[in-house]
Design a protein around this ligand. Structure first.
Ligand code: WTA
Length: 649
């Protein structure tokens, strides 16, 4: 990476010290780093000790056959017991586990830990009745309703690994996942609510079932009645949840499972090819997620925690279901999408204290203007988290000031479906936050930034992010494909996990994530990060959101092409907007980073999990036929952008 680029990235000199009270009473203090460094395994063993085990482990980590790790070898544990029974047994049965808020206003349910235990036990009995045995896979395709949490924990209870497929995915995607992991049973609902209207789910399951080639797959479909809409019914295959589960016994004797028993498979798209089935197992995953949830969010008994992720993604698994419930937390679960003001109304009404969301949402709120959140009392908040992509310094500062009342620390948490748990993040009671930097590897985690030869780049330089030591919640393999697991993550450099992200170390040794390595551009021999230029654009007062791609260019190798959405307050930006923004980028980063082309657009193409699909923008920038748009949340966005680009040229 060029000197010039780096020095510009690192000129961030704003610092936010931890609030004094939080620092004094923090769950994890500075000493944890040294303690973990001196004996990593003892550190994770202590974290595992926060859970309830049957048999204690004989060995913390078996790394004798890398990259296949085994954690807490010989230990036995049940994830569902840790997430529910344990809290009831400790006298916390009346504590609210879920404040569930439905999409239709006034449709709410508070579910205590005792109620959750009964529901999970009933569902476990019902699944057993349907023929699900330990080791069988169950696909879950549901909206954000409490039953999805019950279904996941019931599977965990009987040792049937679940694979949750995001409700926005198509019948094809569902069928391919059912096939890949060999799911015998599917749990779904008639539909869910989206933007106020019922939206069907069951027809996609029906269609998926017709595509399956093996009769053993999806033999039973368990259906929650949520919207009451009409559904087709197959008497042999389909079973209503309210008949099977509601009538089942609330007594269920849980079995203890091996620490390495598969807990779930989560599919994630590779940059190309078929989705990868990330396998997580029980003891290490539960240790990693529950410990980091307690550590990074500084969870206290009276906190009200809210993670806005959908349960169909890893964030929903680790930081809505397993981590928080294993910690006995009270949390908000919201079925709807973030319409103007609704989130802040919920924060106000439920006195949310810990809030975890994604930069894309924050930038959307910035675009709408601060008047909306300013209309609510959000003084209950004490900590804010960010996940999923780099958070631009301007979005970080806005989040801190407008949502966090300038008092809440922001934890920018880097991790992946593969890592299972948060890996790089500030510690809220220890770290002075720098906007834009995820800071340091957490205690017990070893991360570094290396060059092509696997050498540490050292402070002040950029390269590839790697993980150097195994960690408890790490993926164990790709479902049914050990070779692809090795090839994808472990083959680039011996003994190092390659995360696929570019990163740099600043002069203090703090880590800045630069996006996927394929998002790094090379312009006239200078390496430029898409994130860096996006941040520069977003720091302009007229810009709400920006996406940058490197497009092939005869002279410079690649050229910077930017797509921007203007803030509502900026109107059409004025006739010189493009030149104004190019100059702004040149001023912020240097002339080398000046976009060759800037297109003002109304929307950006995003996946259903909110990631910008730069590949498609690259097609537009390079004047090509636009590629596969099937994973877009809204596939019409590309038509709009294309018509805009043709009109502009
Ligand atoms: C990106 C989501 C910068 C990164 C938990 C990673 C981030 C990918 C951050 C994983 C962050 C996630 N800063 N980039 N705080 N968090 N990423 O599997 O590129 O959906 O490799 O997991 O998101 O996405 P995934």
């Amino acid at each position: 990476m060029s000197e010039q680029t780096l020095s510009n990235l690192m000129h961030e000199d704003r610092r936010f010290e931890p609030p004094t009270d939080l620092a004094a009473d923090a769950n994890v203090k500075e000493e944890a780093y040294a303690r973990a460094d001196s004996d990593r395994e003892a550190f994770w063993a202590a974290a595992a000790d926060r859970l309830e085990w049957g048999q204690k482990w004989d060995q913390v980590l078996d790394w004798s056959n890398p990259p296949f790790a085994k954690w807490f070898v010989g230990g036995t544990i049940n994830a569902s017991v840790n997430c529910v029974d344990r809290h009831v047994a400790a006298g916390n049965g009346d504590k609210v586990a879920l404040h569930w808020i439905g999409e239709p206003e006034d449709d709410t349910r508070d579910i205590t830990y005792a109620q959750l235990k009964d529901e999970v036990s009933k569902a476990a009995n019902a699944l057993t009745e349907l023929g699900v045995q330990k080791g069988d896979r169950v696909a879950i395709y549901m909206p954000m309703i409490p039953e999805v949490v019950v279904a996941m924990l019931a599977c965990a209870r009987i040792g049937a690994p679940h694979t949750v497929v995001f409700g926005g995915f198509s019948a094809d995607a569902l069928a391919s996942r059912i096939t890949d992991c060999g799911a015998k049973v599917v749990i779904t609902a008639d539909g869910g609510y989206r933007r106020g209207a019922p939206s069907a789910l069951k027809p996609a399951v029906d269609e998926a079932v017709t595509k399956l080639e093996d009769d053993e797959l999806a033999r039973k479909v368990l259906v929650v009645r949520r919207t009451g809409q009409d559904v087709d019914w197959d008497d042999d295959r389909d079973v209503w949840w309210h008949e099977a589960v509601d009538n089942a016994s609330a007594d269920h004797e849980p079995e203890l499972h091996d620490a390495e028993h598969p807990l779930f498979v989560m599919y994630t798209s590779g940059s190309t090819g078929k989705p990868k089935g990330i396998l997580h197992t029980t003891g290490g995953y539960l240790t990693g997620t529950s410990f980091t949830h307690w550590e990074v969010f500084d969870l206290k008994d009276d906190d009200v925690y809210w993670c806005t992720a959908d349960v169909g993604w890893i964030t929903g698994h680790s930081y809505m279901v397993y981590g928080p419930l294993a910690n006995g937390a009270t949390q908000v679960m919201f079925e709807g999408t973030p319409e103007k003001g609704r989130w802040w109304q919920i924060v106000q009404d439920y006195k949310v204290t810990l809030f975890y969301t994604a930069p894309t949402a924050i930038r959307t709120f910035m675009k709408q203007g601060r008047e909306i959140p300013d209309g609510y009392d959000m003084s209950s908040l004490r900590l804010l988290g960010s996940v999923g992509e780099p958070i631009n310094p301007e979005a970080y500062v806005w989040y801190r000031e407008v949502i966090g009342g300038d008092r809440c620390p922001v934890v920018d948490t880097w991790w992946q479906t593969e890592t299972g748990q948060i890996m790089i993040s500030p510690l809220p009671g220890v770290t002075a936050g720098k906007p834009g930097s995820a800071m340091k590897a957490l205690p017990g985690i070893a991360a570094d930034v290396v060059d092509d030869d696997a050498k540490s780049v050292g402070n002040g330089n950029g390269g590839y992010l790697v993980l150097k030591e195994p960690w408890p919640a790490m993926l164990r393999t790709l479902w049914g494909d050990d070779q692809r697991f090795k090839d994808t993550y472990w083959s680039r450099w011996k003994g190092l996990y390659f995360a696929g992200d570019g990163a740099k170390l600043d002069d203090d040794g703090d880590i800045w994530l630069l996006g996927r390595v394929d998002d790094v551009m090379n312009v006239s021999g200078h390496r430029l990060s898409t994130t860096e230029i996006e941040s520069a654009l977003v720091s302009h007062p007229k810009v709400a959101e920006a996406a940058v791609v490197g497009a092939a260019d005869e002279t410079t190798g690649q050229a910077v092409c930017a797509f921007v959405i203007l803030r509502d307050s900026a109107g059409d930006g004025g006739e010189d907007i493009v030149e104004e923004l190019r100059k702004h980028v040149a001023k912020e980063i240097g002339a080398i980073a000046k976009p060759r082309q800037i297109m003002v657009v109304a929307e950006l193409p995003k996946t259903r999990s909110g990631k910008i699909m730069r590949r498609l923008l690259k097609d537009v920038a390079e004047d090509r036929e636009v590629g596969d748009v099937t994973t877009l949340a809204d596939s019409t966005v590309m038509d709009l952008i294309k018509s805009r680009s043709t009109g502009a040229s």
